[in-house]
Design a protein around this ligand. Structure first.
Ligand code: GCU
Length: 339
């Protein structure tokens, strides 16, 4: 039914582009702000975006009304980024892996084992001043990042247990539609099958792929734990999600309004990050107790060794990521020394 609904939503969008009344941007004198994301309504990001909506409507409610479309209702991440880019919608929450095809500097976050601790990851991402240059770099493409959301640590899960890197041989693993992630999974020795998030459940169920890689919430919020029973903690990536806005819309705001949108974005991150910690614990428990998923602790170093050349190759091939890579190494070291 979800596919069907997505189809109907897509039709509604086409209709809106042609000027259909049902999707007009102004109703009752208010400008409707549309936000798309790929997660369920229980997901921390949805809860974060509800906080965003609340602030905008509380402070600018005479002018704006915020509508959130979860569950890929307006299309997969890449489609929704395109809609934001053209201004058909105003905002989208998507993983940086989906932004790579629009802006190569975002490849940095797909680098395996880039951050060596959660503390380093959070410090880099929460440094608003530092992130500004990257966030604004896509203005010429029509969109800009406002803030980030924690999407945890990604690991492999499959219908067949992965205990060592060798177990990945011959497995077909879904990756995000990101060139860097495709390369990474190949370096691990598996076959990479890029597809959108919403297609993964059926692909595993039908045996088109053996597994995927994601944070623990994919097992429960997206029900992948129903069809893939082994989750291995090899922890290859921390890929953030970002809140992306249409540049023209953001630039049309007055300074005061812009400040409210930025404040709402910061609040959304705060709420999301607090929810994230609880959500991961809950997902693990549900996956174990209700779905019968086995969580496997692995020798992470063995997995790191498999992709040790990938970092180097990425730096050689993409000068856009070098400065940020070095910055992240510095922050990494700070927390390694503390240990
Ligand atoms: C996570 C992440 C999403 C991403 C998805 C995926 O859920 O939060 O932004 O799109 O993984 O693997 O596609």
């Amino acid at each position: 039914w979800r596919r069907l609904f997505a189809g109907v939503a897509a039709m509604a969008m086409t209709c809106s582009l042609a000027g259909c009344a049902a999707f007009d941007s102004v109703t009752g004198g208010k400008r409707i702000i549309r936000i798309a994301h790929a997660q369920s309504e229980e997901h921390p990001e949805h809860i974060g975006m509800l906080a965003f909506k609340e602030i905008i409507e509380e402070r600018l409610g005479d002018k704006y009304e915020v509508e959130i479309f979860p569950n890929e209702l307006l299309g997969s991440a890449q489609k929704a980024i395109e809609l934001t880019q053209t201004g058909a919608i105003d905002f989208v929450v998507a993983g940086t892996a989906n932004v790579e095809t629009f802006a190569k500097s975002y490849e940095i976050f797909s680098m395996p084992y880039l951050f060596t601790s959660t503390d380093a990851y959070h410090e880099v991402m929460n440094d608003i001043d530092y992130m500004q240059a990257l966030y604004n770099s896509t203005d010429k493409s029509g969109f800009r990042v406002l803030t980030w959301f924690d999407a945890g640590t990604r690991s492999f899960y499959s219908t067949k247990p992965i205990r060592t890197p060798d177990d990945l041989k011959g497995q077909k693993i879904r990756v995000q539609q990101s060139p860097a992630s495709v390369n990474m999974v190949k370096a691990f020795g598996a076959a990479a099958s890029p597809m959108s998030f919403g297609e993964v459940y059926t692909a595993i169920q039908q045996g088109v792929i053996n597994g995927a890689e994601n944070n623990e919430l994919a097992l429960t919020n997206n029900k992948h734990g129903e069809v893939a029973k082994y989750y291995s903690y090899n922890q290859h990536q921390m890929v953030p999600d970002v809140l992306i806005g249409n540049t023209k819309f953001l630039e049309s705001l007055s300074d005061e309004e812009y400040a409210v949108f930025m404040e709402a974005a910061q609040k959304a991150t705060e709420v999301e990050m607090a929810e994230w910690v609880k959500a991961v614990e809950k997902a693990k428990q549900i996956a174990k107790d209700e779905q019968g998923v086995e969580f496997i602790e692995v020798d992470i170093q063995a997995f790191k060794d498999k992709v040790s050349d990938v970092q180097k190759e990425m730096l050689e091939n993409n000068p856009d990521i070098v400065e940020m890579y070095e910055h992240i190494q510095e922050v990494n070291r700070k927390y390694e020394e503390k240990e």
